[in-house]
Write a protein of this length. Structure first.
Length: 511
C-alpha cells in the first residue's frame, strides 16, 4: 500500500464520521453554515447594502436579500473582476470559474474564494473518495495515478493583473496541493494546455507510462480521450493499457447515454460515481453503488433553499416567499435550487431543479434545468442561444421558420454526437447546406461551451437540419391533445422522445 493510501485511509475515519452526522442531522450543519456565511457577509459591500449581519435569523435574511439569477449579480461580479475587494465576500478573490450562462451574457464568471476552494470543492472531493474507500475496502485507487483532463486559465481582461478565469477543473488543478500532484497525471503543465487536441496527443504519447487507477470529469470529453488512447496504443480495452483502472468519477451531464460506450471500452470490474460539482459549488455525490440518487452535502460551505418548481415564476417576481429549507422539504417534489455560498453568492438561483428521493439522509436526483437547455455533451445550449442563432441565420439567408425543436444524437459506434434540428420552414433557404453552416457558426458565437465542443469536431459534429413538411408540428400537437391555449412546442430537449414522434409523423407524410 502506498504512503498516500495509508495517509488517506487514516484521515478518512474523521471525514466519514462527520459525513454520517450530516446524514442524521443536516439541520445542525445548515444552521452552522448560515451563521458562518452571514458573519463574513456583514463585512462586504453587498452585505452592508442588504443588512446582512452575524447572528441574524433566516427569516430576516430572506426578507432583506432578494432571489437573484446570474444577470442580477453581474454588476457586482464585474467589480470583483476589475480587482475591487470586499464586494461580495470579505477575503480576496483572484479566480473566476467561467461557464456558459443562463442570462443574456455569453458566459458567466463565478467568483471562487479560497474558502469555497477548500471547504467546498476540495472538501466535497475528499468526502466522495472517503465514501468510495468505505464502499470498496479492497480498492487500490491511491496506489496508482489519477487522470484528469483539466482545462486552461486566462488572465482576466477586466482585471489589472490580479484576477484570472478558466473552467473549474483548471482552477482546481492550479490550486491543488503538492501532494495531490504526486499521484495525478498528466503533469500540471500538460493538463493546463488550452488546445484540447494538443493535450490529448501529449496524454496519448505518455499513456503507457501511467498507472491510472481512476479518472474524472465530463463523460463526453473523457470518452473522446479514452478512444484516442486506444487508437494510439492499438488496444481494444482500457484495462489492457491500465490493468489497475477501477473508478470513473463523472459529472456535468447525464451519464446514461454514455454508459454503453464506456462498457464497450472498459470490460471487467469498473466502478462509476456521479458527483454534482458545479462552478458555484460542490453539492452532492452518489454515495451508494446501485442508487442513482446523490447525497446532499449540508456541511460543505453552502446554505440551501428550495422553491417548488411550480412556484418559481412567482418567486422570481417576489409574490412567493415561502421558500423551503433543509428541515421543511419533502420527497417527490421538483424544487428549484437556491444557494448562499462562501464564494460570495447570495440567494443565487443556480438554474437546476432537483427532487428528493429520501430524507435523513437527504438524497436527490437532478430533474433538469429551470430553463430550456440541451447539455448532452457539456455544451449547455440555452434557449436564448438557439433563438438568437436561428434568427440571425434566417436573416442572412432570407428564410423564415414556423416551428422547430432540437435534440441530441448521442455518440455511438465510433461516431461523434451532434444536434438534430427539426425545422418547419415557412420560407426555405435557397441553400440548406449553407444555412446549416451559418446556424452552427452563430451558435458557436452565442455560446462558448458549444463552441468548445465543436472546435475541430472534437466532441460534437456539425448540427443536422431535417426540414419537415408543413403541418407536421400541428399534427403532432393535435395527437398529444396540446392544441391552443398555453401549449407550446418544446424547443430544446435532452432526450429524443419529441423528435422521434415528429419524425414518424413526417415520414407518414412522405409516404
Amino acid at each position: 500500500m502506498s504512503v498516500t493510501s495509508k495517509i488517506f485511509r487514516l484521515l478518512s475515519s474523521n471525514i466519514l464520521e462527520t459525513l454520517d452526522q450530516n446524514r442524521k442531522d443536516p439541520e445542525r450543519f445548515q444552521n452552522n453554515w448560515f451563521g458562518n456565511i452571514t458573519s463574513h457577509g456583514e463585512k462586504s459591500s453587498f452585505g452592508k447594502e442588504h443588512g446582512i449581519h452575524a447572528g441574524m435569523s433566516y427569516e430576516s435574511y430572506a426578507g432583506r436579500v432578494p432571489l437573484r439569477s446570474y444577470d442580477m449579480f453581474e454588476s457586482y461580479i464585474e467589480r470583483v473582476r476589475r480587482g475591487e475587494q470586499d464586494v461580495l465576500w470579505d477575503t480576496p478573490v483572484a479566480w473566476f470559474a467561467k461557464s456558459s450562462g443562463t442570462s443574456s451574457a455569453k458566459s458567466k464568471f463565478i467568483p471562487v474564494t479560497s474558502e469555497s476552494l477548500n471547504t467546498c470543492h476540495y472538501a466535497g472531493m475528499r468526502k466522495m473518495l472517503a465514501t468510495y474507500i468505505r464502499n470498496t475496502p479492497s480498492s487500490g485507487i491511491f496506489d496508482g495515478d489519477a487522470l484528469t483532463l483539466g482545462g486552461s486559465v486566462t488572465p482576466d481582461e477586466l482585471g489589472s493583473g490580479t484576477t484570472k478565469y478558466g473552467d473549474l477543473s483548471a482552477i482546481l488543478l492550479s490550486n491543488s496541493p503538492f501532494w495531490v500532484e504526486l499521484r495525478r497525471v498528466p503533469d500540471k503543465k500538460t493538463a493546463l494546455i488550452a488546445d484540447f487536441e494538443e493535450k490529448v496527443v501529449h496524454i496519448c504519447r505518455n499513456a503507457h507510462k501511467y498507472n491510472v487507477t481512476n479518472f474524472s470529469g465530463v463523460p463526453s470529453w473523457n470518452l473522446v480521450l479514452m478512444k484516442r488512447i486506444l487508437e494510439f496504443t492499438g488496444k481494444t480495452d482500457l484495462h489492457e493499457v491500465w490493468p489497475n483502472l477501477e473508478l470513473f468519477m463523472h459529472g456535468g451531464i447525464n451519464f446514461e447515454p454514455y454508459r454503453r460506450e464506456y462498457r464497450n471500452i472498459i470490460s471487467g470490474n469498473m466502478n462509476y460515481m456521479e458527483n454534482y460539482n458545479a462552478s458555484e459549488g460542490y453539492f452532492a455525490f452518489q454515495d451508494e453503488p446501485g442508487d442513482n440518487s446523490m447525497l446532499l452535502l449540508t456541511d460543505n460551505g453552502i446554505f440551501y433553499e428550495f422553491i417548488p418548481l411550480d412556484k418559481l415564476e412567482k418567486a422570481i417576481n417576489g409574490s412567493f416567499t415561502s421558500f423551503k429549507t433543509i428541515g421543511t422539504i419533502r420527497t417527490g417534489i421538483n424544487y428549484a435550487l437556491v444557494i448562499t455560498t462562501n464564494g460570495g453568492l447570495w440567494r443565487y438561483l443556480i438554474g437546476d431543479s432537483i427532487m428528493f428521493t429520501s430524507l435523513k439522509p437527504h438524497k436527490f436526483i437532478i430533474t433538469g434545468r429551470t430553463q430550456l437547455y440541451i447539455n448532452a455533451f457539456g455544451e449547455e445550449l440555452m434557449i436564448h442561444n438557439a433563438e438568437k442563432a436561428l434568427s440571425e441565420a434566417c436573416r442572412i439567408h432570407d428564410a423564415s421558420v414556423s416551428n422547430y425543436t432540437v435534440a441530441p444524437v448521442f455518440m455511438a459506434d465510433g461516431n461523434k454526437g451532434y444536434h438534430q434540428w427539426l425545422i418547419e420552414f415557412s420560407a426555405e433557404p435557397y441553400n440548406l447546406a449553407e444555412f446549416t453552416e451559418t446556424l452552427d457558426n452563430e451558435l458557436r458565437k452565442a455560446n462558448s461551451d458549444y463552441d468548445a465542443k465543436r472546435h475541430n469536431n472534437t466532441t460534437m459534429q456539425m448540427l443536422q437540419i431535417v426540414p419537415v413538411k408543413k403541418g407536421v408540428f400541428y399534427k403532432w400537437m393535435l395527437s398529444r391533445g396540446k392544441l391552443g391555449g398555453q401549449n407550446k412546442v418544446p424547443r430544446l430537449s435532452n432526450t429524443r422522445t419529441y423528435v422521434t414522434e415528429l419524425l414518424e409523423i413526417n415520414n407518414q407524410e412522405n409516404e
